[in-house]
Design a protein around this ligand. Structure first.
Ligand SMILES: [Zn+2]
Length: 255
């Protein structure tokens, strides 16, 4: 905005009385978006409302915003054209009422950059995403949650501690998955421990049987297959399981 215009605004926003005191008009702020607006924004993000282009563009904006903190100042500093668009949004008009008075009429909306040509359908739909993002910032934005790590949906936070999953269902399914993985890890740890004990016993054998050590371990611990042992000793980083020092006369020594 040109410097002169801001000055004009300051001039018209205040007056000086007879005693020389300056009076300013009160600054009005408005934050008009509601939880219903947020629900609609959520539906567009989840592709149950609006065009695909709108959803894609809005997801991109929301992701940028979330990754910034969310911190609008930081996001806008990194996206100056968007900052310019949003900062110049909302038109205020002095409007005469039917009852003889007047009020300040805020026309919410954004001034989109002009195109040299008429907008294509895709540009139109993407512009709608910018409008929805604008609306998001003007309401209870802190209630927007998601995407849920399990189902990928955006959601409205119902409580202050409602943060990660969209709902109970996704939360409990995810924790079930974690405990299954934990159980699996415990099983693997047990297997490695038993295999290590068997390998130590093999190493102290006076006479090694005429079979491969992996077969020998498998006979004593049926759930430990030779194939599993091969994989485990080949991946020392993960299993910390070394092959026997003495491979026996039957096996061919590698390394
Ligand atoms: Zn979910």
């Amino acid at each position: 905005m040109p410097r002169g215009k801001v000055k004009d605004r300051e001039f018209f926003g205040s007056w000086v009385d007879d005693s020389g005191q300056r009076h300013r008009l009160k600054l009005l702020t408005a934050n008009p978006a509601t939880i219903e607006d947020l629900e609609f924004i959520c539906a567009v993000l989840n592709k149950t409302q609006g065009a695909e282009e709108t959803s894609r563009k809005l997801t991109q904006l929301v992701t940028e915003w979330q990754e910034s903190g969310p911190n609008l100042a930081k996001m806008m500093a990194a996206n100056l054209p968007l900052w310019h668009t949003l900062a110049n949004s909302c038109h205020a008009a002095w409007t005469i009422t039917k009852t003889g008075g007047a009020y300040i009429h805020l026309e919410p909306g954004i001034a989109l950059p002009k195109y040299g040509h008429s907008r294509t359908r895709a540009e139109e739909k993407e512009a709608q995403a910018v409008i929805l993002f604008y609306l998001l910032t003007l309401g209870p934005w802190e209630k927007l949650g998601g995407p849920c790590p399990r189902c990928g949906k955006y959601f409205i936070k119902k409580r202050a501690n409602h943060k990660i999953y969209c709902g109970r269902r996704c939360g409990s399914l995810a924790s079930a998955k974690v405990s299954t993985r934990k159980k699996l890890n415990e099983d693997i740890a047990g297997k490695v421990l038993r295999a290590r004990t068997e390998i130590q016993e093999w190493d102290v054998l006076k006479r090694h049987p005429a079979i491969d050590w992996k077969q020998w371990v498998h006979k004593r611990e049926p759930d430990i297959s030779p194939k599993w042992l091969t994989r485990a000793v080949n991946n020392y980083e993960k299993y910390k399981l070394g092959p026997p020092k003495k491979e026996g006369h039957h096996a061919t020594r590698k390394n």
